[in-house]
Design a protein. Structure first.
Length: 284
């Protein structure tokens, strides 16, 4: 019996580490730990043991770094081997235009992936509401792909002079995500993380547009601001999702700290499991 779905898990195998380039050492330093590689099958075993499912996200910044991403086929293969625990997301670089649109279609139709992301507007240097990217959101919407956007401050580049050149302005929820959510009402969007320092904007977008979800990944729950906890327990209880952002935060740590928050049992079940089941049409 599945107890929870971790909506935001990064691969950290040899392929993923290679695709991170200089960010692997930088993130390791910033978060105070550099993790050894873990194969996707080993990761699947860990989630199976915890009786949890995991959404494996992919990531790219090929346009700014020149480093090719982990092929989406690599994620899809891992999902095929572990369909009981994995849901897979593919990734595209929006700047690749037609190539990105075609890859989104291939992710859905050929690879059986369920979403796109984690797209990181900061690292990929794009405003999601730029009309040049609208064919991509339209394709995602048409194919039922959930799109997961990183929001707010990011670990990538953090603590280095110039933040490795990444600009935070792209990661602001209003107007960039809000516009996309308004113009593609059928598109399901996940705003990842509490979007600090724009948490209120993220809450407002999710409150206003029912196609927007917030994942609580990348932050230790013991540091969640009171307002976030309150919204997650009340008016946004149907649209907030458990995510760890592993390897940044270990899901066990996330869950034990989350258990300490004053959230009603009914909201807790929704956040940990039921909202993700509804989003992906999973019938347990
Ligand atoms: Zn992120």
């Amino acid at each position: 019996m599945i107890k929870a779905i971790d909506i935001h898990v990064h691969g950290h195998d040899d392929e993923a580490i290679k695709a991170m380039g200089a960010r692997n050492a930088q993130m390791g330093k910033y978060f105070g730990k550099e993790l050894a590689p873990v194969s996707l099958d080993e990761l699947a075993d860990r989630y199976r043991e915890k009786e949890m499912m995991a959404v494996i996200v992919n990531s790219t910044d090929v346009t700014s770094s020149g480093i090719p991403p982990v092929p989406n086929d690599h994620i899809a293969d891992a999902v095929r081997r572990n369909p009981d625990v994995f849901i897979g997301f593919g990734v595209v670089d929006p700047w690749q235009g037609r190539v990105a649109v075609d890859e989104a279609k291939r992710c859905a139709e050929e690879l059986g992936l369920r979403g796109l992301g984690e797209l990181n507007p900061g690292r990929q240097a794009f405003y999601p509401n730029d009309p040049r990217f609208y064919p991509l959101w339209e394709s995602a919407s048409d194919h039922g792909l959930v799109v997961l956007f990183h929001g707010g401050m990011m670990g990538s580049g953090a603590g280095t002079p110039g933040g490795m050149g990444f600009k935070l302005k792209y990661t602001r929820p209003i107007p960039y995500l809000d516009d996309v959510a308004a113009d593609f009402p059928q598109l399901k969007i996940i705003a990842a993380h509490p979007s600090w320092p724009w948490q209120e904007e993220s809450l407002a977008v999710a409150r206003h547009k029912s196609n927007v979800y917030i994942d609580l990944s990348g932050w230790a729950p013991k540091y969640f601001p009171e307002q976030l906890v309150h919204y997650a327990d009340t008016i946004l209880q149907d649209r907030v999702l458990f995510g760890s952002d592993w390897p940044v935060i270990d899901p066990d740590r996330w869950l034990s700290e989350f258990a300490e928050l004053g959230i009603r049992e009914s909201s807790r079940r929704k956040i940990l499991l039921e909202n993700a089941c509804a989003l992906f049409g999973i019938n347990l």
